[in-house]
Design a binder for this molecule. Structure first.
Ligand SMILES: [Zn+2]
Length: 137
C-alpha cells in the first residue's frame, strides 16, 4: 500500500522541479504570514496567502526546470547579499561581552578589541597607527 503510493508519487514527480532553497525559505515565511493573519485583520491577506501557497507549490510541481532554477539562483544571490550585510552585525551582537569594535582613525578598518573598560592605546595592524581607545561600557 505505502510502496504503491510511493511509486505513484515518484511517477508524478518525474520531470518536475521539486523543492529548492527558495521553496524552503518560503515555508517559514508562509507560516509567519499565516500567524500574523490570525491576529491582524489585514484586508485581502487571506487571498494573498492563498496565492503565495499556490505559487510555492506551482514551483515545486513545475516542469519548466530551467525557469525555476533561474528563480532559485536569483534568490540565492539576493540571500547572499543580505547575509553579507547582516553577518557583521550578528558578529557584534554575539561578541558584546568579550569585544568592542572600533574604527582606525587613519585607515578606517574596523578593529576588534578586547572588552577592557578604560582608556587604552592600540596599534592598528594594517597601517601601524597608534591611537587611543575609550571603552566605557
Ligand atoms: Zn589603521
Amino acid at each position: 500500500m505505502l510502496d504503491k503510493m510511493k511509486v505513484k508519487l515518484m511517477d508524478f514527480m518525474q520531470g518536475r522541479y521539486g523543492a529548492d532553497h527558495l521553496y524552503l525559505a518560503s515555508v517559514p515565511v508562509y507560516f509567519i504570514l499565516a500567524i500574523v493573519q490570525i491576529f491582524a485583520d489585514i484586508p485581502f491577506m487571506s487571498v494573498l496567502l492563498m496565492a503565495f501557497f499556490v505559487w510555492m507549490f506551482y514551483r515545486v510541481f513545475s516542469k519548466n526546470i530551467e525557469a525555476r532554477r533561474a528563480e532559485n539562483a536569483k534568490f540565492l544571490a539576493f540571500y547572499g547579499r543580505v547575509k553579507k550585510r547582516v553577518n557583521p552585525v550578528w558578529q557584534r551582537v554575539r561578541d558584546v561581552r568579550k569585544y568592542r569594535y572600533r574604527k582606525c582613525p587613519e585607515c578606517g578598518i574596523t578593529l576588534r578589541l578586547p572588552m577592557k573598560r578604560g582608556t587604552h592605546t592600540t596599534n592598528c595592524p594594517k597601517c601601524k597607527h597608534r591611537f587611543e581607545v575609550k571603552i566605557r561600557v
